[in-house]
Write a protein that binds this ligand. Structure first.
Ligand SMILES: NC(=O)c1ccc[n+]([C@@H]2O[C@H](COP(=O)([O-])OP(=O)(O)OC[C@H]3O[C@@H](n4cnc5c(N)ncnc54)[C@H](OP(=O)(O)O)[C@@H]3O)[C@@H](O)[C@H]2O)c1
Length: 232
């Protein structure tokens, strides 16, 4: 597992898939974009406002010391990439997936959405008691391999490149090979991750985020996380 250093990004590797991060101008998406760019991927940030995406891309490139992040609108970003990350609030999850649907056939979609219902974000409130990501797999159909991941790592940790991330990520997918691919993508950015079963199991990862938010509030910390023990 690599441990990103602030000064030395891995060389840009044209053989690695291009990653689009929809909502990538936001907190979670920009942290993931920075870390994958640092690990050698070309990254395209998608936004409803391409100028906003371009501004955040410029910020990330300044941190990296090199141009390897671009900004665009969500549809164009999804078209450009082999792997697409959905990093928008729950209220925008379905509409954003629908908007880029025609760009996702044959691709991997990593959904990091947590179905939080403000203002009580420290309370588990899953839609119909199910994982939100399952509805996205149904919406997109079998041509898109949907993977759920990164719900339990705080944006606070991601944007600090070189900072060791002291928590694990649960990866759920109906397509096990797709899940293992995302485990490797997490390892590439210095995060320990585990394939944790089918998309239905994402209900636990999604609900756990509200538990972690409650812990953050109770213990006045910015990013509580989890560790899986007993493996390896
Ligand atoms: N923040 C964390 O620590 C964290 C941790 C784990 C999981 N997550 C999950 O990751 C997702 C993103 O979280 P975040 O904290 O990055 O959220 P955020 O910063 O509030 O929003 C991310 C981006 O989503 C887009 N967006 C916001 N409202 C929208 C709407 N109504 N319609 C379409 N797009 C909209 C915006 O991009 P544009 O304006 O550029 O289009 C925004 O920059 C959420 O589902 C969250 O629960 C977050």
């Amino acid at each position: 597992m690599s441990n990103p250093s602030p000064s030395k990004p891995s060389p840009l590797n044209p053989e690695l898939p291009v990653i689009a991060v929809l909502g990538g101008a936001g907190k979670q998406g920009s942290g993931l974009a920075l870390r994958w760019a640092h690990a050698g991927h070309r990254v395209v940030i998608g936004s409803r406002t391409p100028e906003r995406a371009a501004a955040v891309a410029a910020e990330l490139n300044a941190l990296l010391g090199e141009e390897r992040v671009q900004g665009s609108d969500n549809r164009d970003a999804a078209h450009q990439a082999g792997i697409v990350v959905l990093a928008v609030p729950f209220a925008a999850q379905r509409a954003t997936a629908e908007e880029v649907r025609d760009a996702l056939d044959g691709k991997l979609l990593i959904d990091v959405t947590v179905p939080l219902v403000p203002p009580k974000v420290g309370r588990v409130q899953l839609p119909d008691g199910k994982s939100a990501v399952e509805a996205i797999q149904v919406l997109l159909g079998d041509a898109t391999r949907v993977v759920s991941a990164f719900q339990n790592v705080s944006a606070h940790h991601l944007r600090k490149i070189g900072h060791e991330i002291d928590c694990d990520v649960l990866v759920c997918a109906d397509d096990k090979a797709a899940g293992e691919q995302v485990v490797e993508l997490a390892h590439a950015i210095g995060i320990r991750a585990w394939y944790a079963g089918p998309l239905a199991n994402s209900v636990v990862a999604e609900g756990l985020t509200s538990v972690l938010i409650s812990l953050n509030q109770r213990y006045k910390v910015p990013g509580a996380g989890i560790r899986i023990t007993g493996i390896g």
